[in-house]
Design a protein around this ligand. Structure first.
Ligand SMILES: Nc1ncnc2c1ncn2[C@@H]1O[C@H](COP(=O)(O)OP(=O)(O)OP(=O)(O)O)[C@@H](O)[C@H]1O
Ligand SMILES: [Mg+2]
Length: 429
Protein backbone atom coordinates (compact mmCIF):
# COMPACT_ATOMS: atom_id res chain seq x y z
CA UNK A 1 0.00 0.00 0.00
CA UNK A 2 2.90 2.30 0.59
CA UNK A 3 3.92 2.15 -3.06
CA UNK A 4 0.36 2.75 -4.16
CA UNK A 5 0.04 5.65 -1.76
CA UNK A 6 3.19 7.15 -3.15
CA UNK A 7 1.51 7.29 -6.49
CA UNK A 8 -1.95 8.35 -5.38
CA UNK A 9 -0.95 10.50 -2.40
CA UNK A 10 -4.11 9.49 -0.58
CA UNK A 11 -4.91 6.82 2.02
CA UNK A 12 -4.44 3.25 0.86
CA UNK A 13 -5.23 0.07 2.68
CA UNK A 14 -4.48 -3.63 2.41
CA UNK A 15 -5.70 -6.78 4.02
CA UNK A 16 -2.89 -9.02 5.09
CA UNK A 17 -2.82 -12.48 6.56
CA UNK A 18 -0.12 -14.08 8.67
CA UNK A 19 -0.54 -17.52 10.28
CA UNK A 20 -4.35 -17.61 10.13
CA UNK A 21 -4.52 -14.08 11.52
CA UNK A 22 -5.82 -11.17 9.54
CA UNK A 23 -4.66 -7.56 9.57
CA UNK A 24 -5.79 -4.43 7.87
CA UNK A 25 -2.94 -2.09 7.07
CA UNK A 26 -3.63 1.52 6.16
CA UNK A 27 -1.08 4.08 5.06
CA UNK A 28 -1.65 7.81 5.16
CA UNK A 29 0.75 10.15 3.39
CA UNK A 30 2.89 12.60 5.34
CA UNK A 31 3.97 15.89 3.74
CA UNK A 32 6.49 18.58 4.71
CA UNK A 33 5.72 22.32 4.61
CA UNK A 34 6.57 22.56 0.92
CA UNK A 35 3.95 19.93 0.29
CA UNK A 36 6.22 17.18 -0.91
CA UNK A 37 5.87 13.66 0.33
CA UNK A 38 8.16 12.74 3.16
CA UNK A 39 6.76 9.44 4.35
CA UNK A 40 3.68 7.51 5.41
CA UNK A 41 1.88 6.69 8.62
CA UNK A 42 1.35 2.95 8.79
CA UNK A 43 -1.40 1.60 10.98
CA UNK A 44 -1.98 -2.14 11.26
CA UNK A 45 -5.13 -3.44 12.93
CA UNK A 46 -5.96 -7.07 13.63
CA UNK A 47 -9.31 -7.96 12.05
CA UNK A 48 -9.29 -11.75 12.49
CA UNK A 49 -12.61 -11.75 14.41
CA UNK A 50 -14.35 -9.59 11.81
CA UNK A 51 -12.92 -11.71 9.02
CA UNK A 52 -14.16 -14.92 10.66
CA UNK A 53 -17.64 -13.42 11.08
CA UNK A 54 -17.66 -12.41 7.46
CA UNK A 55 -16.60 -15.86 6.34
CA UNK A 56 -19.27 -17.46 8.49
CA UNK A 57 -21.88 -15.14 7.09
CA UNK A 58 -20.70 -15.83 3.58
CA UNK A 59 -20.89 -19.57 4.03
CA UNK A 60 -24.29 -19.42 5.68
CA UNK A 61 -25.50 -17.17 2.89
CA UNK A 62 -24.06 -19.63 0.41
CA UNK A 63 -25.83 -22.45 2.16
CA UNK A 64 -29.22 -20.72 1.89
CA UNK A 65 -28.57 -19.71 -1.69
CA UNK A 66 -27.80 -23.34 -2.56
CA UNK A 67 -30.94 -24.53 -0.83
CA UNK A 68 -33.08 -21.95 -2.55
CA UNK A 69 -31.60 -22.59 -5.96
CA UNK A 70 -31.83 -26.38 -5.76
CA UNK A 71 -35.28 -26.88 -4.26
CA UNK A 72 -38.09 -27.70 -6.63
CA UNK A 73 -40.44 -25.29 -4.87
CA UNK A 74 -40.53 -21.66 -5.83
CA UNK A 75 -39.14 -19.00 -3.51
CA UNK A 76 -40.03 -15.31 -3.63
CA UNK A 77 -39.43 -12.06 -1.84
CA UNK A 78 -41.52 -8.96 -2.38
CA UNK A 79 -41.58 -5.47 -0.97
CA UNK A 80 -44.60 -4.28 1.02
CA UNK A 81 -46.37 -3.21 -2.15
CA UNK A 82 -46.12 -6.66 -3.68
CA UNK A 83 -43.32 -5.93 -6.14
CA UNK A 84 -41.09 -8.96 -6.58
CA UNK A 85 -37.55 -8.23 -5.43
CA UNK A 86 -36.15 -11.74 -5.56
CA UNK A 87 -37.17 -15.17 -6.84
CA UNK A 88 -35.42 -18.47 -7.45
CA UNK A 89 -35.11 -20.28 -10.77
CA UNK A 90 -37.81 -22.80 -9.89
CA UNK A 91 -40.40 -20.07 -9.54
CA UNK A 92 -39.39 -18.56 -12.88
CA UNK A 93 -39.71 -21.98 -14.48
CA UNK A 94 -43.10 -22.59 -12.84
CA UNK A 95 -44.40 -19.30 -14.16
CA UNK A 96 -42.80 -19.95 -17.56
CA UNK A 97 -41.51 -16.42 -17.48
CA UNK A 98 -38.00 -14.95 -17.83
CA UNK A 99 -36.66 -13.58 -14.54
CA UNK A 100 -36.28 -10.04 -15.87
CA UNK A 101 -40.04 -9.93 -16.58
CA UNK A 102 -40.76 -10.64 -12.92
CA UNK A 103 -38.12 -8.80 -10.90
CA UNK A 104 -39.22 -5.31 -9.92
CA UNK A 105 -42.73 -5.91 -11.22
CA UNK A 106 -46.00 -6.39 -9.44
CA UNK A 107 -46.92 -10.02 -8.75
CA UNK A 108 -50.37 -9.02 -9.91
CA UNK A 109 -49.52 -9.84 -13.53
CA UNK A 110 -49.95 -13.52 -12.64
CA UNK A 111 -53.35 -13.20 -10.97
CA UNK A 112 -56.87 -12.64 -12.12
CA UNK A 113 -59.18 -10.24 -10.27
CA UNK A 114 -60.58 -12.78 -7.84
CA UNK A 115 -57.28 -14.41 -6.93
CA UNK A 116 -55.59 -11.01 -6.63
CA UNK A 117 -58.18 -9.99 -4.04
CA UNK A 118 -57.59 -13.15 -2.04
CA UNK A 119 -53.81 -12.69 -2.16
CA UNK A 120 -54.09 -9.08 -0.98
CA UNK A 121 -56.36 -10.16 1.89
CA UNK A 122 -53.98 -12.91 2.92
CA UNK A 123 -50.88 -10.69 2.80
CA UNK A 124 -52.66 -7.91 4.64
CA UNK A 125 -53.51 -10.34 7.38
CA UNK A 126 -49.87 -11.48 7.65
CA UNK A 127 -48.83 -7.81 7.84
CA UNK A 128 -51.37 -7.03 10.55
CA UNK A 129 -50.73 -10.05 12.75
CA UNK A 130 -47.00 -10.35 12.01
CA UNK A 131 -47.41 -14.13 12.03
CA UNK A 132 -46.23 -16.33 9.18
CA UNK A 133 -48.80 -18.63 7.61
CA UNK A 134 -48.75 -21.63 5.29
CA UNK A 135 -51.27 -23.46 3.17
CA UNK A 136 -52.58 -20.51 1.20
CA UNK A 137 -54.14 -21.93 -1.96
CA UNK A 138 -54.93 -19.94 -5.08
CA UNK A 139 -54.64 -20.10 -8.82
CA UNK A 140 -52.05 -18.22 -10.86
CA UNK A 141 -51.92 -17.52 -14.56
CA UNK A 142 -48.59 -18.34 -16.15
CA UNK A 143 -46.94 -16.09 -18.71
CA UNK A 144 -48.24 -18.39 -21.48
CA UNK A 145 -51.81 -18.00 -20.22
CA UNK A 146 -52.21 -21.47 -18.69
CA UNK A 147 -53.46 -21.75 -15.14
CA UNK A 148 -51.73 -23.43 -12.23
CA UNK A 149 -53.07 -24.13 -8.74
CA UNK A 150 -50.47 -23.29 -6.08
CA UNK A 151 -50.00 -23.54 -2.37
CA UNK A 152 -47.92 -20.80 -0.77
CA UNK A 153 -46.43 -19.83 2.56
CA UNK A 154 -46.00 -16.19 3.51
CA UNK A 155 -43.81 -14.58 6.18
CA UNK A 156 -42.79 -11.01 6.90
CA UNK A 157 -39.31 -9.74 6.07
CA UNK A 158 -38.19 -7.24 8.70
CA UNK A 159 -35.41 -4.67 8.67
CA UNK A 160 -32.78 -4.78 11.47
CA UNK A 161 -35.04 -2.67 13.68
CA UNK A 162 -37.91 -5.14 13.26
CA UNK A 163 -39.98 -2.97 10.96
CA UNK A 164 -41.76 -4.98 8.24
CA UNK A 165 -40.28 -4.31 4.83
CA UNK A 166 -41.66 -7.08 2.67
CA UNK A 167 -42.83 -10.65 2.33
CA UNK A 168 -41.14 -13.93 1.53
CA UNK A 169 -42.22 -17.50 1.17
CA UNK A 170 -42.41 -20.74 -0.73
CA UNK A 171 -44.69 -21.49 -3.68
CA UNK A 172 -45.62 -25.05 -4.55
CA UNK A 173 -47.21 -26.22 -7.78
CA UNK A 174 -50.12 -28.45 -6.70
CA UNK A 175 -51.44 -29.31 -10.16
CA UNK A 176 -50.85 -33.03 -9.64
CA UNK A 177 -52.45 -33.05 -6.22
CA UNK A 178 -55.52 -31.21 -7.50
CA UNK A 179 -55.72 -33.49 -10.51
CA UNK A 180 -55.60 -36.55 -8.29
CA UNK A 181 -58.42 -35.10 -6.19
CA UNK A 182 -60.47 -34.39 -9.32
CA UNK A 183 -59.93 -37.90 -10.69
CA UNK A 184 -60.89 -39.40 -7.36
CA UNK A 185 -64.06 -37.32 -7.43
CA UNK A 186 -64.88 -38.55 -10.93
CA UNK A 187 -64.30 -42.14 -9.88
CA UNK A 188 -66.54 -41.78 -6.83
CA UNK A 189 -69.24 -40.21 -8.97
CA UNK A 190 -69.00 -42.98 -11.53
CA UNK A 191 -69.27 -45.62 -8.82
CA UNK A 192 -72.18 -43.87 -7.17
CA UNK A 193 -74.07 -43.50 -10.45
CA UNK A 194 -73.36 -47.12 -11.25
CA UNK A 195 -74.81 -48.24 -7.92
CA UNK A 196 -77.86 -46.01 -8.24
CA UNK A 197 -78.34 -47.17 -11.82
CA UNK A 198 -78.20 -50.84 -10.91
CA UNK A 199 -80.59 -50.42 -8.01
CA UNK A 200 -83.05 -48.19 -9.82
CA UNK A 201 -82.82 -50.31 -12.93
CA UNK A 202 -83.62 -53.48 -11.04
CA UNK A 203 -86.61 -51.95 -9.31
CA UNK A 204 -87.83 -50.28 -12.47
CA UNK A 205 -87.61 -53.52 -14.38
CA UNK A 206 -89.75 -55.40 -11.86
CA UNK A 207 -92.14 -52.50 -11.67
CA UNK A 208 -92.50 -52.45 -15.39
CA UNK A 209 -93.65 -56.07 -15.37
CA UNK A 210 -96.16 -55.38 -12.60
CA UNK A 211 -97.49 -52.32 -14.41
CA UNK A 212 -97.98 -54.36 -17.58
CA UNK A 213 -100.22 -56.76 -15.65
CA UNK A 214 -102.19 -53.87 -14.09
CA UNK A 215 -102.63 -52.11 -17.42
CA UNK A 216 -103.75 -55.31 -19.14
CA UNK A 217 -106.37 -55.94 -16.49
CA UNK A 218 -107.65 -52.38 -16.66
CA UNK A 219 -108.16 -52.72 -20.42
CA UNK A 220 -110.03 -55.98 -19.92
CA UNK A 221 -112.25 -54.45 -17.22
CA UNK A 222 -113.00 -51.45 -19.40
CA UNK A 223 -113.83 -53.58 -22.40
CA UNK A 224 -115.99 -56.24 -20.76
CA UNK A 225 -117.25 -55.01 -17.41
CA UNK A 226 -118.04 -51.33 -17.89
CA UNK A 227 -119.83 -49.11 -20.36
CA UNK A 228 -118.37 -45.79 -21.54
CA UNK A 229 -119.96 -43.02 -19.46
CA UNK A 230 -120.35 -45.32 -16.45
CA UNK A 231 -119.01 -44.25 -13.08
CA UNK A 232 -116.83 -47.38 -13.08
CA UNK A 233 -115.64 -46.73 -16.62
CA UNK A 234 -114.58 -43.21 -15.61
CA UNK A 235 -112.73 -44.50 -12.56
CA UNK A 236 -110.97 -47.11 -14.66
CA UNK A 237 -109.92 -44.44 -17.15
CA UNK A 238 -108.40 -42.39 -14.31
CA UNK A 239 -106.61 -45.47 -12.99
CA UNK A 240 -105.30 -46.23 -16.44
CA UNK A 241 -104.00 -42.66 -16.85
CA UNK A 242 -102.15 -42.81 -13.55
CA UNK A 243 -100.70 -46.21 -14.41
CA UNK A 244 -99.48 -44.93 -17.78
CA UNK A 245 -97.76 -42.05 -15.98
CA UNK A 246 -96.09 -44.57 -13.71
CA UNK A 247 -94.94 -46.55 -16.73
CA UNK A 248 -93.51 -43.41 -18.29
CA UNK A 249 -91.56 -42.69 -15.13
CA UNK A 250 -90.26 -46.24 -15.00
CA UNK A 251 -89.11 -45.91 -18.61
CA UNK A 252 -87.19 -42.78 -17.78
CA UNK A 253 -85.51 -44.49 -14.88
CA UNK A 254 -84.65 -47.42 -17.12
CA UNK A 255 -82.96 -45.11 -19.56
CA UNK A 256 -80.30 -44.03 -17.08
CA UNK A 257 -79.79 -47.49 -15.74
CA UNK A 258 -78.19 -50.21 -17.76
CA UNK A 259 -81.19 -52.47 -18.14
CA UNK A 260 -82.70 -51.16 -21.29
CA UNK A 261 -82.16 -53.01 -24.55
CA UNK A 262 -81.65 -50.78 -27.47
CA UNK A 263 -81.16 -50.58 -31.17
CA UNK A 264 -78.18 -48.73 -32.51
CA UNK A 265 -77.22 -47.58 -35.95
CA UNK A 266 -74.56 -45.32 -37.42
CA UNK A 267 -76.19 -41.90 -37.66
CA UNK A 268 -74.88 -38.60 -38.93
CA UNK A 269 -74.70 -36.42 -35.83
CA UNK A 270 -75.14 -32.90 -37.27
CA UNK A 271 -78.43 -33.59 -39.08
CA UNK A 272 -79.76 -35.49 -36.05
CA UNK A 273 -79.18 -32.45 -33.85
CA UNK A 274 -80.73 -30.17 -36.47
CA UNK A 275 -83.88 -32.29 -36.76
CA UNK A 276 -84.28 -32.41 -32.99
CA UNK A 277 -84.00 -28.63 -32.80
CA UNK A 278 -86.69 -28.22 -35.45
CA UNK A 279 -88.94 -30.36 -33.31
CA UNK A 280 -88.12 -28.27 -30.24
CA UNK A 281 -88.53 -24.88 -31.92
CA UNK A 282 -92.26 -24.40 -31.18
CA UNK A 283 -91.59 -24.89 -27.45
CA UNK A 284 -89.00 -22.11 -27.30
CA UNK A 285 -90.47 -18.73 -26.27
CA UNK A 286 -89.76 -15.72 -28.46
CA UNK A 287 -87.70 -14.02 -25.73
CA UNK A 288 -85.04 -16.63 -26.39
CA UNK A 289 -82.85 -16.28 -29.44
CA UNK A 290 -81.68 -19.55 -30.97
CA UNK A 291 -78.26 -19.56 -32.54
CA UNK A 292 -77.04 -22.64 -34.40
CA UNK A 293 -73.59 -23.53 -35.63
CA UNK A 294 -73.87 -27.08 -36.82
CA UNK A 295 -71.28 -28.88 -38.89
CA UNK A 296 -73.39 -31.38 -40.84
CA UNK A 297 -70.34 -33.37 -41.84
CA UNK A 298 -68.83 -33.57 -38.38
CA UNK A 299 -69.16 -37.35 -38.40
CA UNK A 300 -71.25 -40.39 -37.59
CA UNK A 301 -72.20 -41.61 -34.18
CA UNK A 302 -73.11 -45.23 -33.42
CA UNK A 303 -76.22 -44.71 -31.41
CA UNK A 304 -79.85 -44.95 -30.62
CA UNK A 305 -81.54 -42.01 -32.33
CA UNK A 306 -84.44 -41.54 -29.94
CA UNK A 307 -82.12 -41.66 -26.92
CA UNK A 308 -79.74 -39.11 -28.37
CA UNK A 309 -82.74 -36.92 -29.18
CA UNK A 310 -83.74 -37.27 -25.57
CA UNK A 311 -80.34 -35.97 -24.44
CA UNK A 312 -80.65 -32.90 -26.67
CA UNK A 313 -84.23 -32.26 -25.59
CA UNK A 314 -83.36 -32.55 -21.89
CA UNK A 315 -80.38 -30.20 -22.13
CA UNK A 316 -82.29 -27.65 -24.24
CA UNK A 317 -85.31 -27.79 -21.93
CA UNK A 318 -83.07 -27.01 -18.96
CA UNK A 319 -81.42 -24.13 -20.84
CA UNK A 320 -84.79 -22.68 -21.85
CA UNK A 321 -86.03 -23.03 -18.29
CA UNK A 322 -82.98 -21.16 -16.97
CA UNK A 323 -83.79 -18.24 -19.31
CA UNK A 324 -87.57 -18.22 -18.98
CA UNK A 325 -87.67 -15.06 -16.89
CA UNK A 326 -85.26 -12.76 -18.68
CA UNK A 327 -84.86 -14.35 -22.08
CA UNK A 328 -81.42 -14.77 -23.61
CA UNK A 329 -79.49 -16.72 -26.19
CA UNK A 330 -79.51 -20.48 -26.64
CA UNK A 331 -76.43 -21.49 -28.60
CA UNK A 332 -76.10 -24.93 -30.13
CA UNK A 333 -72.88 -26.05 -31.74
CA UNK A 334 -71.82 -29.32 -33.32
CA UNK A 335 -68.30 -30.06 -34.48
CA UNK A 336 -65.58 -32.63 -34.45
CA UNK A 337 -63.89 -32.19 -31.10
CA UNK A 338 -60.27 -31.13 -30.83
CA UNK A 339 -59.27 -32.70 -27.55
CA UNK A 340 -55.79 -32.40 -26.11
CA UNK A 341 -53.86 -35.05 -24.24
CA UNK A 342 -54.45 -32.95 -21.18
CA UNK A 343 -58.21 -33.29 -21.66
CA UNK A 344 -57.93 -37.06 -21.46
CA UNK A 345 -55.68 -36.92 -18.40
CA UNK A 346 -58.32 -34.77 -16.73
CA UNK A 347 -61.29 -36.92 -17.76
CA UNK A 348 -60.67 -40.55 -17.01
CA UNK A 349 -64.15 -41.63 -17.96
CA UNK A 350 -63.47 -41.73 -21.69
CA UNK A 351 -60.49 -43.18 -23.53
CA UNK A 352 -58.42 -41.03 -25.89
CA UNK A 353 -59.79 -41.01 -29.42
CA UNK A 354 -61.92 -39.04 -31.83
CA UNK A 355 -65.11 -37.47 -30.57
CA UNK A 356 -68.03 -35.40 -31.74
CA UNK A 357 -68.80 -32.40 -29.60
CA UNK A 358 -72.23 -30.93 -29.00
CA UNK A 359 -72.19 -27.66 -27.08
CA UNK A 360 -75.38 -26.26 -25.60
CA UNK A 361 -74.96 -22.94 -23.89
CA UNK A 362 -77.46 -20.55 -22.39
CA UNK A 363 -77.32 -17.10 -20.82
CA UNK A 364 -79.65 -18.08 -18.00
CA UNK A 365 -79.35 -17.96 -14.21
CA UNK A 366 -76.46 -20.41 -14.03
CA UNK A 367 -75.68 -23.06 -11.44
CA UNK A 368 -74.35 -22.28 -7.96
CA UNK A 369 -71.05 -24.08 -7.22
CA UNK A 370 -72.57 -25.72 -4.12
CA UNK A 371 -75.01 -27.79 -6.15
CA UNK A 372 -72.72 -28.48 -9.11
CA UNK A 373 -71.90 -31.92 -7.72
CA UNK A 374 -75.53 -32.93 -7.47
CA UNK A 375 -77.17 -31.83 -10.70
CA UNK A 376 -76.69 -35.21 -12.39
CA UNK A 377 -78.19 -37.12 -9.45
CA UNK A 378 -81.57 -38.64 -10.16
CA UNK A 379 -84.34 -36.67 -8.47
CA UNK A 380 -82.15 -33.66 -7.79
CA UNK A 381 -84.04 -30.56 -8.84
CA UNK A 382 -84.21 -26.91 -7.86
CA UNK A 383 -87.56 -26.57 -9.56
CA UNK A 384 -90.87 -26.21 -7.75
CA UNK A 385 -92.73 -29.36 -6.78
CA UNK A 386 -94.55 -30.59 -9.85
CA UNK A 387 -92.38 -28.51 -12.20
CA UNK A 388 -89.52 -30.93 -12.63
CA UNK A 389 -88.74 -34.45 -11.57
CA UNK A 390 -84.96 -34.05 -11.51
CA UNK A 391 -84.48 -36.89 -13.95
CA UNK A 392 -83.47 -34.86 -17.02
CA UNK A 393 -79.73 -34.74 -16.47
CA UNK A 394 -79.54 -38.21 -14.90
CA UNK A 395 -81.13 -39.60 -18.06
CA UNK A 396 -78.92 -37.54 -20.33
CA UNK A 397 -75.80 -38.70 -18.52
CA UNK A 398 -76.93 -42.32 -18.48
CA UNK A 399 -77.56 -42.28 -22.20
CA UNK A 400 -74.31 -40.53 -23.08
CA UNK A 401 -72.36 -42.95 -20.90
CA UNK A 402 -73.96 -45.93 -22.56
CA UNK A 403 -72.80 -44.50 -25.85
CA UNK A 404 -69.24 -44.33 -24.56
CA UNK A 405 -69.34 -40.57 -24.17
CA UNK A 406 -69.07 -37.84 -21.56
CA UNK A 407 -71.04 -34.78 -20.46
CA UNK A 408 -69.24 -31.85 -18.86
CA UNK A 409 -70.61 -28.59 -17.54
CA UNK A 410 -69.29 -25.08 -16.89
CA UNK A 411 -71.38 -22.41 -15.30
CA UNK A 412 -71.05 -18.89 -14.01
CA UNK A 413 -73.90 -18.00 -11.66
CA UNK A 414 -75.88 -15.10 -13.08
CA UNK A 415 -74.16 -15.37 -16.47
CA UNK A 416 -75.08 -18.74 -17.93
CA UNK A 417 -74.29 -22.39 -18.36
CA UNK A 418 -72.56 -24.49 -21.00
CA UNK A 419 -72.95 -28.23 -21.36
CA UNK A 420 -70.57 -30.21 -23.58
CA UNK A 421 -71.55 -33.63 -24.83
CA UNK A 422 -68.77 -35.80 -26.28
CA UNK A 423 -69.70 -38.90 -28.27
CA UNK A 424 -67.19 -41.22 -29.91
CA UNK A 425 -67.00 -40.90 -33.68
CA UNK A 426 -68.10 -44.08 -35.41
CA UNK A 427 -65.55 -45.08 -37.96
CA UNK A 428 -66.38 -47.45 -40.76
CA UNK A 429 -62.79 -48.50 -41.20
N1 LIG B 1 -78.94 -24.93 -18.14
C1 LIG B 1 -79.11 -24.85 -16.83
N2 LIG B 1 -79.05 -23.67 -16.18
C2 LIG B 1 -79.22 -23.60 -14.85
N3 LIG B 1 -79.45 -24.66 -14.05
C3 LIG B 1 -79.52 -25.87 -14.62
C4 LIG B 1 -79.35 -26.05 -16.03
N4 LIG B 1 -79.46 -27.37 -16.30
C5 LIG B 1 -79.70 -27.98 -15.13
N5 LIG B 1 -79.74 -27.11 -14.11
C6 LIG B 1 -79.93 -27.42 -12.68
O1 LIG B 1 -79.84 -28.81 -12.50
C7 LIG B 1 -81.02 -29.33 -11.89
C8 LIG B 1 -81.26 -30.74 -12.39
O2 LIG B 1 -81.60 -30.74 -13.77
P1 LIG B 1 -82.45 -31.94 -14.36
O3 LIG B 1 -82.66 -31.69 -15.80
O4 LIG B 1 -81.81 -33.21 -13.96
O5 LIG B 1 -83.80 -31.84 -13.57
P2 LIG B 1 -84.93 -30.77 -13.71
O6 LIG B 1 -84.75 -29.98 -14.95
O7 LIG B 1 -84.99 -30.02 -12.43
O8 LIG B 1 -86.21 -31.69 -13.85
P3 LIG B 1 -86.66 -32.52 -15.15
O9 LIG B 1 -85.58 -32.37 -16.16
O10 LIG B 1 -86.78 -33.91 -14.68
O11 LIG B 1 -87.92 -31.91 -15.57
C9 LIG B 1 -82.08 -28.31 -12.26
O12 LIG B 1 -83.16 -28.34 -11.35
C10 LIG B 1 -81.30 -27.01 -12.21
O13 LIG B 1 -81.15 -26.56 -10.90
MG1 LIG C 1 -84.43 -30.88 -16.82
Amino acid sequence: PFLRMKKSLTRESLIWSVDQRWFEVTVDPMFNQEGSLTGGVHVAREITARKQMEDKLKSSEERYRTIIETIEDGYYETDLRGRVIFLNNSLGRMLRCPMEDIIGKDGRQFLDEENYKRVVDFFTNIYNTGKADTGFICEVIRKDGTRMPIEASVALIRDPRGKPKGFRGIVRDITDRELAKELERQLMRAQKMEAIGTLAGGIAHDFNNILTVILGNISLLKAYHAKPGDKIHNRLTETEKATLKARDLVRRILSFSKQELEQRAPTSFGPLVEETLKMLMPAIPSTIELSQDIDKDAGLVMGNVSQIEQVIVNLCTNAVHAMRENGGVLKIKVKKAELSDEFFTRNIEIPPGEYLELTISDTGHGIEPEIMDKIFDPYFTTKQVGEGSGLGLAMAQGIVKKHGGLITVDSIPGKGTTFHVYLPIFSTA
